[in-house]
Design a protein around this ligand. Structure first.
Ligand code: THG
Length: 265
């Protein structure tokens, strides 16, 4: 599993405050803690911590602050073109671009950016009409994404399709729809693109968040999910992820499989 640590997001009050007060230590500590816990990439999202006009500058500050502490690859997370370009201009190592939707114009522009920066690209199966309510429309948009990547020459290994998780408390049938879409997307291309989700979306505005996140992660992994934007500091979540990798025969069994996985990182 590829884990993109979700915590460097201005949506979280500690990070939002750190962005406003330019407190580097809060940001750098969260970067280290997530990497220590098994994150492969660090998601970087300014959220709503600053006004729209200051988001590009805040993104550059965040990227530079993280890179003073670590060379780990970043996932630049913003729907705003200018903020994305500002973030990309500051990155040292090939990043993830998080994300484009499946509208042909935005998709083409972001595939070009990915090629230009040697970046991985996350593409969401949503368009101007929003997030589809059914499996068929998600698959249709997923197929459009695959075709656009192929035509532009973006290798499938660099493509992450996001079938879009929705809070279970807001739209309960959507969890099962995401699972079915994941199943049906398997084998869409060879080599396969990656499949990623913003895992914590599923539990927004619920109690028992960690429980919901980890059960949904296991369900999604059995349907072909191989990447997640998630909280690596949630030890029970990571234990569930590692155990699922083992049972899916993606890790060699040993009595100390949790420790073995962690030390292999
Ligand atoms: N797909 C892709 N990128 C994404 C998402 C996605 N990026 C953003 C988001 N979704 C994934 N990251 C988060 C980060 C935080 C939360 C959920 C998903 C979250 N935040 C708390 C909340 O809303 O309750 C903030 C409050 C707090 O705890 O301080 O849950 O789907 N490609």
């Amino acid at each position: 599993m590829i884990i993109v640590g979700e915590r460097l997001n201005g949506q979280f009050s500690d990070v939002g405050k750190a962005i406003q007060t330019k407190d580097k230590k809060v940001i750098q500590d969260l970067a280290f803690e997530q990497l220590e816990s098994g994150a492969d990439y660090l998601d970087v999202n300014v959220g709503t911590a600053v006004a729209a006009a200051e988001k590009a500058e805040a993104m550059v500050w965040l990227v530079e602050t993280i890179q003073e502490a670590t060379d780990a690859p970043l996932a630049i997370d913003t729907p705003i073109d200018a903020v994305m370009r500002a973030g990309l201009s500051a990155v040292k190592n090939p990043p993830m671009i998080n994300s484009t939707n499946a509208d042909p114009e935005q998709l083409a522009a972001y595939i070009d950016l990915a090629l230009q920066y040697d970046a991985d690209l996350i593409a969401l199966t949503m368009d101007k009409g929003g997030v589809p309510n059914d499996v068929a429309k998600r698959i249709e948009l997923g197929a459009n994404i695959v075709v656009a990547a192929m035509e532009a020459g973006l290798p499938f290994e660099k493509l992450y399709i996001d079938l879009v998780a929705i809070p279970v408390g807001a739209a309960q049938p959507q969890a099962g729809i995401v699972l079915e879409a994941l199943r049906q997307m398997q084998g869409v291309a060879d080599p396969s693109p990656h499949f990623i989700l913003g895992l914590s979306n599923i539990s927004q505005s619920t109690v028992e968040r960690s429980l919901l996140n980890r059960i949904f992660l296991v369900m999604c992994m059995t349907c072909g999910l191989d990447a997640a934007i998630a909280d690596p500091m949630d030890t029970e979540l990571m234990d569930a992820m590692i155990t699922t990798e083992l049972l899916l025969n993606r890790q060699i069994y040993s009595h100390s499989f949790l420790a073995a996985y962690r030390s292999s990182k």
